[in-house]
Write a protein that binds this ligand. Sequence first.
Ligand code: ADP
Ligand code: ADP
Ligand code: ZN
Length: 221
Amino acid sequence: MEPEPTYVILMGPPASGKGTQAERLQELLDLPHVASGDLFRYNLKNETELGRRAKVYMDKGELVPDDVTIAMVLDRLSQADANKGALLDGFPRTVVQAEALDDALAEKGNGIDLVLNIRVSEEELIARVTGRRLCRQCGASYHVKFNPPKEPGVCDKCGGELYQRDDDTEEVARKRLDVYEAQTKPLVEYYEEEGLLIHIDGEKSIDEVTTALREAIENNL
Ligand code: ADP
Ligand code: ADP
Ligand code: ZN
């Protein structure tokens, strides 16, 4: 018989380090990294209809409507490599999305195993967001000061070109933080009530945060 699939959610405000940590935890967990923001950016790059619809919201720092987002992520979770589960990053971001995910997993007798909530103060988030650089090719996340690549503008992992996201300006980031407070914060309580949530201090160094996440996973999964 196939083992039960495992679903772990990485939660946290914009630029709290979800993507950076997900890359490092993928191996430990042996699960695909499913990031809704990456899926939208992939669609943008390939100029799909979904990408065009999402761009309007992303540029403003608003959430893409739930129906579009839920359909995209559930489709990703139905692909073969996700039959053992997934490490979710940036999804769910609203209570409606969380309920849709619970329902879809429950239909197959599955459920969320663990939610890791990365906490970082607002001023630190702004410093992280404005210095962030991403690899065009593999999506790896860098920071000009806090996590610079060996060669400026070039990805250590694949040699791809680094770029700055259009929405990583201070202005759009502040809007994204407001949206986080209003629409995503309520999920902390949602998962706390289900007894699934663990808080992680995300203000420490990248290595220290990885260690804390690894311990939480090893003790609770
Ligand atoms: P998210 O996926 O939550 O939006 P990222 O993983 O892309 O966040 O990280 C946001 C930015 O902050 C990146 O530039 C990344 O290099 C940097 N960063 C991530 N974790 C830390 C940390 N613990 N300390 C300092 N900078 C960090
Ligand atoms: P960050 O790394 O800063 O947390 P993401 O890359 O996860 O940002 O998301 C970028 C943008 O993509 C969001 O501002 C939003 O417009 C859209 N997006 C990503 N995930 C979701 C989601 N679960 N629901 C709605 N919109 C989303
Ligand atoms: Zn790369």
